[in-house]
Design a protein around this ligand. Structure first.
Ligand SMILES: CC(C)(COP(=O)(O)OP(=O)(O)OC[C@H]1O[C@@H](n2cnc3c(N)ncnc32)[C@H](O)[C@@H]1OP(=O)(O)O)[C@@H](O)C(=O)NCCC(=O)NCCS
Length: 207
């Protein structure tokens, strides 16, 4: 899978005020795209984990993917991840892998099954300073369109706490019942989403 289907947002034109010296550091800084969506690489793992640490560990003491697991999935299936970078800084991300059973099991937390037709979304998180600005929604739409362009991937699945079910329902996910996976005392609802509508959206748009 290539990253061809991921496009850049319109970069903001950067211009230099008169009298500001044309230094090499200025060139470096300004070559960073204002806003960019791309699949993640193992080199992004530390930035991913930094966001997870604040989003999950500081709240519940645990998180969906630890550093070695992030590297594991970004090595095995980077095409199932998507990051949003602003001026080179990761502001939001999704990491997924493939799964080949009807429902999630404990094993799905750590495995990537390359022949699977289901994309398992392990984690979606937005850096805390960028939340409630629509970024999580934009990234999830883009991710689902990205999955929809992969003919072998038929549906997406995830588990979340009950409070987030309405958020995911906006994107076509529907609850299929309690998830078999528990993490400590935390219980989750499992949600699925058919990618057929996202595939047709993809065909009909330049997203
Ligand atoms: C959940 C998350 C990804 C949403 O991203 P975001 O950019 O803040 O969300 P958007 O601005 O696109 O959309 C806002 C909507 O998200 C939902 N939402 C965000 N945080 C929520 C929370 N803690 N509980 C319930 N719903 C939440 C709400 O529906 C909200 O809409 P509202 O303001 O009308 O109530 C983000 O808050 C986050 O990273 N949280 C911490 C990590 C996490 O919980 N990830 C989900 C794991 S399943």
């Amino acid at each position: 899978m290539s990253t061809q289907s991921i496009h850049y947002l319109k970069p903001v034109a950067l211009c230099l005020a008169p009298g500001i010296p044309d230094s090499p550091s200025r060139h470096r800084r300004h070559t960073l795209p204002a806003s960019e969506f791309r699949c993640l690489t193992p080199e992004d793992a530390a930035s991913v984990f930094e966001i997870e640490r604040e989003a999950f560990i500081s709240v519940s003491g645990t998180c969906p993917l630890y550093l070695d697991e992030i590297r594991h999935f970004l090595t095995l299936c980077p095409e199932l991840s998507l990051g949003w970078f602003q001026e080179g800084r990761l502001v939001a991300f999704i990491i997924g892998s493939l799964w080949d059973e009807e429902r999630l099991t404990q094993e799905s937390l750590t495995l990537h099954r390359p022949g699977g037709r289901t994309a398992h979304l392990h984690v979606l998180a937005v850096h805390h300073t960028f939340r409630q600005q629509g970024k999580g929604s934009i990234l999830l739409w883009r991710y689902l369109h990205h999955l929809g362009s992969q003919p072998t991937v038929r549906r997406a699945v995830l588990m979340c706490e009950d409070t987030l079910v309405p958020f995911y329902e906006r994107f076509g996910f529907y609850p299929v019942g309690p998830c078999a996976i528990t993490v400590g005392s935390l219980a989750f609802t499992e949600l699925q989403c058919s990618l057929r509508s996202h595939a047709s959206l993809r065909r009909n748009s330049n997203c």
